[in-house]
Write a protein that binds this ligand. Structure first.
Ligand SMILES: [Zn+2]
Ligand SMILES: [Zn+2]
Length: 136
């Protein structure tokens, strides 16, 4: 599936090919900190098919639980996470951050990983009072 997207400030834009059947919620602690949210949401990029259309990416290298170096890419202007990959191993998971994809509403997650570190309230979202826009 061809997709396109951009960061929050618009400096970084891209197109990519992803597998819509491989969209995962990642509840690992690193995704919580790096996203500032309860979980990461990633789609698997097919055969490294990611192309930057504008802007540049800044990379931060972390050591994954596997011991391998994972490179987390983001917009240096606004900090939006764009993708994560293992450069040394092209066959390793190359994940595109779903929130940046223009048609993200069409991509329903079909797997949850690192549930061992999930925030304890995450299964109870329906019980939290909801508002159509910001509550004032
Ligand atoms: Zn940006
Ligand atoms: Zn994660």
């Amino acid at each position: 599936m061809h997709v396109d997207g951009a960061c929050l400030c618009g400096a970084v834009s891209y197109e990519a090919v992803i597998d819509p059947d491989r969209v995962a919620i990642c509840r690992c602690a690193d995704c919580q900190v790096n996203s500032g949210a309860a979980f990461g949401l990633v789609a698997s990029i097919t055969d490294g098919q990611f192309q930057l259309l504008s802007g540049v990416l800044k990379e931060y290298q972390k050591t994954a639980a596997s011991g391998r170096a994972r490179q987390l890419s983001f917009c240096p202007e606004c900090g939006t996470r764009i993708h994560a990959r293992t450069r040394q191993d092209p066959s390793a998971f190359f994940g595109l951050r779903v929130g940046t994809i223009r048609l993200r509403a069409e991509l329903r997650p079909n797997k949850q990983v690192w549930c061992s570190s999930a925030l304890p309230w995450i299964a109870d979202l329906d019980e939290i009072p909801s508002h159509q826009t910001q509550d004032t």
